[in-house]
Design a binder for this molecule. Structure first.
Ligand SMILES: Cc1cc2nc3c(=O)[nH]c(=O)nc-3n(C[C@H](O)[C@H](O)[C@H](O)COP(=O)(O)O)c2cc1C
Length: 213
């Protein structure tokens, strides 16, 4: 079963690789068989939510997904999904003032033990020009990554649209070279989903061989 993953309000939902029956574990019930991935995100204006939703939608459709019966659960950090109910986690936050959003930092800190015991991939989204300022990709992302030993920390270009911003945010950006527009790179997001799924399938193959030997 493949469920739609992008709900307008960012509510959690689940998807499974085509041809793979949805496993109860992917909806938080008992475990068996497949690789369950939690994609969990923070977002203020929806850009990062849509990146997380794209990852969650792509992961079960990747070439490697069928090899590890991959299923995905998408949820905002505010729902506090328990990483211990999953085999792997992808956690993302936008960068504001060079920091991750506080709910994402708090979630990472509260679940650090569980994140550190399973493969975890992190991503930040923002509009900074990394070529100009390499410190821009979110100190929190780097710090969280180091503390839990994450597999990767990616920076994805985000979206900055004046009509979505509060008056305070617009004031904060006054006089700063902030490139307005939607800079999200969906091809890069898809490619990362392929990388993550390949890593999970390879790990599963190694585990299966180990169990057989
Ligand atoms: C007040 C403000 C501060 C921002 N600070 C940064 C920053 O330090 N680094 C960065 O890369 N992007 C920064 N951004 C851009 C956001 O990270 C970007 O718009 C992101 O895609 C928003 O994601 P969201 O819609 O999920 O909240 C800032 C945007 C605003 C409005």
């Amino acid at each position: 079963m493949t469920a739609p993953l992008l709900t307008p309000t960012g509510q959690s939902c689940t998807a499974t690789a085509p041809g793979v029956p949805e496993h109860p574990a992917s909806t938080g019930r008992a475990h068996g068989g497949g690789t369950r991935v939690l994609v969990v995100f923070a977002s203020r204006h929806g850009a990062t939510r849509e990146i997380a939703a794209a990852l969650a939608r792509q992961l079960p459709m990747t070439d490697a997904a069928g090899q590890c019966a991959l299923s995905v659960h998408l949820a905002p950090v505010q729902q506090h999904p328990d990483p211990a109910a999953f085999d792997a986690v992808v956690l993302g936050s936008p960068v504001y003032g060079r920091r991750w959003l506080t709910p994402a930092v708090r979630y990472a800190e509260a679940t650090a033990g569980a994140l550190g015991r399973r493969p975890t991939w992190l991503f930040s989204s923002g509009v900074a020009d990394q070529a100009v300022d390499t410190s821009i990709d979110g100190d929190d992302g780097r710090r969280v990554g180091a503390s839990i030993g994450s597999r990767d920390h990616r920076f994805f270009p985000g979206r900055l649209e004046g009509r979505l911003l509060s008056a305070v945010e617009r004031r904060l950006l006054t006089g700063r070279p902030a490139p307005a527009g939607d800079h999200r790179d969906w091809a890069a997001v898809s490619a990362w989903a392929e990388e993550i799924a390949s890593g999970l399938a390879a790990a599963r193959t190694r585990t299966t061989r180990h169990e057989v030997a």
